[in-house]
Every structure is written in C-alpha cells, then in structure tokens.
Write a new protein. Structure first.
Length: 144
C-alpha cells in the first residue's frame, strides 16, 4: 500500500444517493461520487469519494467542482488514492486539474520577414472619390 496517482481525461462522472455504493459485492466502495478515465479497458476499476455532512464536506465539494470542470472541459484530472490489495475500485482523497498542452504554431512569420498581403481591389466608390479629388485639384491649379 501507499499513495498512488492516476491522471487523464474522464469518461464517467457519476453522482448518486448516499448508501447505494458502487461496484460488485467483492469490490464495493461506499461513495456518492464515482469517476472513470477515458481509455481504460472495461472492468479496470473506478475511483470514488463520499459527499457527507462532516468536517471534510467543504473539501469534497471543492473536489466535486474540480471533477465537473475537468469532465466538462476535457482537462486532465489527477487523483491520489490508496489501493487496498486486490481491489480495483478505490476511494480517492485528492483531486487537481491540469490543462492539456496548447499546440504551438510553427508557421509563424518573424518580424524580419513580412507576411505576403493580398493585392487591394478598389471599389467603384473609392475610384469615383479619387477621380473627383483629381478634378477638384485641377480646377484650383488652373491659371486664368
């Protein structure tokens, strides 16, 4: 025994009534919140925690909020737990989130190399305005 850790994206977040337990009779955990990770084979086990009105209630409500955020946003959920020998389903005691790494944009242009721009096309109104400006300039520069 000792502290173990698991991390990944959640595929299951289940909250159920107190006392209903989770798992087969030989591997049950008395919890109200159950999570499983994406990519685990069927029967790989589950991780759970209690939501009881005791001294740990504020921390467990916070952990449930983190699990919800991780599930809803696809973030990486990290759990710490103690695994009793021969058990697949375990009770967790610590939760934290990390975001997946952002992809880097390898095609960025440097400031030394200006990006190519598309040629501008003048609209009919812009052409008309330019022609009117030239005509006005000619009228003011004519000598009598």
């Amino acid at each position: 025994m000792g502290i173990e850790n698991v991390s990944g994206q959640l595929s299951l977040l289940r909250v159920h009534d107190r006392g209903t337990k989770f798992g087969p009779p030989t591997d049950q955990i008395d919890v109200e919140v159950v999570v499983q990770f994406a990519g685990q084979p069927p029967g790989a086990g589950a991780y759970g925690m209690q939501l009881r009105a005791d001294a740990n209630a504020p921390a467990r409500e916070g952990m449930l909020a983190l699990l919800r955020d991780g599930f809803n946003h696809g973030w990486i959920v990290n759990l710490d737990f103690d695994r009793p020998p021969g058990r697949k389903n375990v009770v967790l005691f610590r939760v934290w989130l990390t975001k997946p790494p952002r992809p880097t944009n390898l095609t960025q242009t440097s400031s030394a190399t200006p990006a190519k721009t598309q040629p501008r096309t003048k609209t009919r109104a812009a052409k008309k305005a330019k022609t009117a400006k030239k005509a006005a300039k000619k009228r003011t520069t004519r000598r009598p």
